[in-house]
Design a protein around this ligand. Structure first.
Ligand code: M6R
Length: 611
């Protein structure tokens, strides 16, 4: 969603802001803007659309200065427009604010500010903030920091903020409540704020993760942090372990293609480094907890929820635990019978998804322990959980999740095997054989990647169809859902994923000669293989175009399918980790043929930090 970059130091700020905002483009946005302080004046430039529009406008209307904030906006309150773009200013145009999140009580705040004579221009919730700071200063706040604190004590909701003022030309303020914000420590006194680390990865090697309820004052060479009560806090500076290249495109035509190709390496590293069987890092929850455990509740959104569905099947099979999965956006509004003995497993790439975080906070109120599966160190989710299994996939920039998904699947496989070994539902020999077969998955994915040219041909052949249906069963039902989600996200082709057994209960009505039906029917010992073949026969009888995803060596499959994508045969339990890579490539090449913006699909945001 929205992105923030701010700078204070000795350098010209605007090029640094643009560089950082470009690295945040993947989060999704519809307008952008910057505010720069120089000579006790505030200059603001905002444009609708891509950052290139902002760059062009800045050529016509240059801003120079070394204290500045920049923003990319993903519209929530008010349409995408120049006037609604951030930064927003106070009545005198001396204070500028950029904001991620939502100020929930902005209606009431705006009404009272308007009654007090403040003039508003936008439809945004954000605009109340500069006016509240202005009002606090008029009411006698001793300094800008005190005025910001006074404003924040009245604001309800979520925010990450960057604030500059023409009257305090050497400082940049930042604040956080419920939306991520980091402070970057660069060379030569450079200080940055950013929505996430990749934005400033090439400029900083140390960061401070601002906590909820904290605000910070950044100067050339200095950072001070306070809590909302005004108590000063000593900053915890952490080394950045990611390399700058981790967030680069490395010669691939898109980030998504790069990330698809990174999967064998990511999964090998996860197998080696995982704290359960591998590196021995502190994992957070002790084995005895898992021995006594009765029940597990998995929550996540989008792709992460598909990983959770796969995880449930593995946990049920290997551990004998009662396991449920729900969409975080539904779970938080249900009235589930959750007791303190239930382990909550939130799954999230970003660790900032609003619904997932809300579910975790609820579960903690109920006294549950929380074990997160997450990709981003320092994210809200990792800080609010009792234990974290990191997916170690590195920055995922493409909006459509790929390597984070297969890493989540692998993390679930490791977790389920580990819990099974602790609870004695898996014997030593089972554990060794499962781990050995899991270790074959990265190589199998390599083979899928080697076949991408064939997948491209098949994807191009079917990419003009009005709609596509994805079918799978058991372990590969989530694969069907994920394949369909990838397709609709990046190619904008309507696509539905279904449990194949449900086909006769409705979706079969959609099938005709124009509809590709992608059937995931890989097998080794799979008891659902024959059922999938029956479903394919039913599609065939209605002239549907069958594309089968089948295991190498399956000689009969060609009889039932118009096109076959063969993938290496791996154990059925682990086949979804391999199969989904073929579907990622299938969606990718369909999108390529349809000419969409693959890394930044329309309307989507990488990290959904609001409800
Ligand atoms: O960061 P998260 O894993 O919590 O994000 C959850 C979903 O928003 C995300 O998986 C989304 O569905 C992706 N665009 C899928 O490609």
């Amino acid at each position: 969603m929205c992105g923030i970059v701010g700078y204070v130091g000795k350098k010209d700020a605007v090029p640094l802001l643009i560089e950082g905002l470009k690295r945040l483009e993947y989060r999704g946005y519809d307008s952008a803007g910057v505010a720069v302080v120089a000579d006790r004046k505030l200059g603001v430039v905002k444009t609708v659309g891509r950052l290139s529009n902002l760059e062009s406008q800045l050529l016509r209307q240059p801003l120079a200065g070394s204290v500045a904030v920049g923003h990319t906006r993903w519209a929530t309150h008010g349409a995408p427009s120049e006037v609604n773009a951030h930064p927003h200013c106070d009545c005198d145009g001396r204070i500028a604010v950029v904001h991620n999140g939502i100020i929930e009580n902005y209606h009431a705040l705006r009404a009272s500010l308007e009654a007090a004579g403040h003039t508003f221009y936008s439809q945004t919730d954000t605009e109340v903030l500069p006016h509240m700071i202005e009002a606090a200063l008029r009411d006698g706040a001793a300094c800008l920091g005190d005025a910001i604190r006074a404003a924040l004590t009245q604001a309800r909701g979520a925010y990450a903020l960057g604030i500059v003022s023409a009257d305090c030309p050497d400082v940049l303020y930042a604040a956080r409540q419920g939306s991520p914000l980091i402070i970057g420590i660069g060379e030569d006194g450079d200080r940055f704020i950013a929505s996430d680390v990749p934005a400033v990865l090439s400029r900083v090697r140390e960061v401070i993760y601002l906590n909820d309820g904290e605000y910070a004052e950044l100067r050339d060479g200095g950072v001070r942090i306070w809590n909302i009560k005004g108590d000063e806090i000593s900053p915890k500076v952490e080394r950045v372990t990611l390399s700058a290249e981790a967030a680069d495109q490395s010669g691939f035509e898109t980030y998504m293609l790069k990330e698809i190709h990174e999967q064998p390496r990511v999964l090998r590293r996860l197998l080696e480094r995982n704290p359960l069987f591998g590196g021995g890092a502190d994992f957070g929850l002790k084995p005895d907890y898992f021995r006594k455990l009765q029940r597990v509740m998995i929550v996540g959104c989008g792709t992460a929820s598909h990983a959770g569905m796969y995880g449930r099947l593995l946990l049920e099979q290997y551990t004998g635990l009662a396991v449920e999965i729900d969409l975080a956006s539904e779970f938080r509004y249900r009235d589930p019978r959750i007791d303190p003995g239930t382990l909550i497993i939130p799954v999230s790439q970003s660790g900032e998804t609003a619904d997932t975080l809300a579910s975790v906070r609820l579960a903690k109120q109920w006294g549950c322990r929380v074990l997160a599966i997450c990709n981003v160190p320092g994210s809200s989710l990792t800080r609010e959980s009792d234990a974290v299994l990191f997916t170690e996939a590195g920055p995922e920039i493409g909006v459509a999740s790929t390597k984070a998904y297969t890493a989540q699947q692998m993390a679930f496989a490791l977790l389920a095997i580990w819990i099974g070994s602790i609870r004695g539902t898996l014997g030593d020999a089972d554990v060794q054989s499962l781990l050995a077969e899991l270790a074959q998955v990265p190589d199998a994915i390599h083979y899928v990647l080697d076949r991408k040219d064939l997948i491209r041909v098949i994807a191009h052949k079917h990419c003009d169809a009005p709609s596509a249906l994805y079918l799978g069963r058991k372990f590969n039902y989530p694969t069907a859902l994920e394949g369909a989600l990838k397709n609709k996200e990046i190619s904008y082709q309507h696509a539905e994923g279904y449990a194949a057994g449900e086909m006769k209960h409705g979706p079969i009505a959609l099938i005709n000669e124009y509809v590709p039906v992608i059937c995931v029917c890989t097998k080794t010992r799979d008891e659902v293989y024959d059922k999938m073949i029956s479903n394919m026969r039913e599609v065939e009888a209605r002239q549907g175009r069958i594309i089968a995803l089948a295991s190498d060596g399956d000689t009969q499959i060609v009889r039932f399918a118009q096109d076959v994508i063969f993938v290496p045969a791996v154990r059925d339990d682990f086949s979804p980790i391999v199969n989904v890579v073929a579907l990622q490539l299938f969606a990718y090449y369909a999108a390529q043929a349809r000419g969409t913006d693959i890394d930044k699909p329309r309307n989507l945001a990488k990290s959904v930090t609001v409800e």
